[in-house]
Design a protein around this ligand. Structure first.
Ligand code: AMP
Ligand code: ZN
Length: 109
C-alpha cells in the first residue's frame, strides 16, 4: 500500500467509498465522475502503478479483473446492450490516478 495513493486508501477502507464487489484480489466501486449511466472502476488491491509496471506474477489479477468486469456488466443489466472496458496508460494515455484500474462504462441511450 502507498500511503499517498487515493485508490490504496479506498481499498484499505479509509474512505466512505461503497464497494459494489470485493474479493481477495480486487474491489469495484462507482467512478466519482461518471461518463455514462454505469461507470464502475475495477481496482486491484495491490498497488500496481500502471500497465507498464505489470509483472508475470500479476497475471491472475488481470484475468480476475476481466472476469469481474463481465459479471458486473451482467449485474448492472448492460451485458446485452453493450459496454466498454478500458485502461488509460500513463499521462499521454489519459491516466490520472497512478494505481491500475479498469473502467467499465455502459448504459448509453
Ligand atoms: P484515469 O484517468 O483512468 O486515471 O481515471 C481515474 C478515474 O478515477 C476518473 O474517472 C475519476 O473520476 C475517478 N476517481 C477519482 N477519484 C475517485 C474517487 N475518490 N472515487 C471514485 N472514483 C474516483
Ligand atoms: Zn495505490
Amino acid at each position: 500500500m502507498e500511503k499517498d495513493c487515493i485508490f490504496c486508501n479506498i481499498v484499505a477502507g479509509k474512505t466512505e467509498t461503497e464497494f459494489l464487489y470485493q474479493d481477495d484480489m480486487l474491489v469495484v466501486f462507482r467512478d466519482i465522475n461518471p461518463h455514462a449511466p454505469v461507470h464502475l472502476l475495477i481496482v486491484p488491491k495491490k498497488h500496481i502503478r500502471s500497465i507498464n509496471d505489470l509483472t508475470e506474477a500479476d497475471q491472475p489479477i488481470l484475468s480476475e479483473m476481466l472476469m469481474v468486469a463481465k459479471d458486473m456488466a451482467a449485474e448492472h443489466g448492460i451485458a446485452q446492450s453493450g459496454y466498454r472496458l478500458f485502461i488509460n496508460v500513463e499521462r499521454g494515455g489519459g491516466q490520472v490516478i497512478f494505481h491500475l484500474h479498469l473502467h467499465l462504462i455502459g448504459g448509453f441511450r
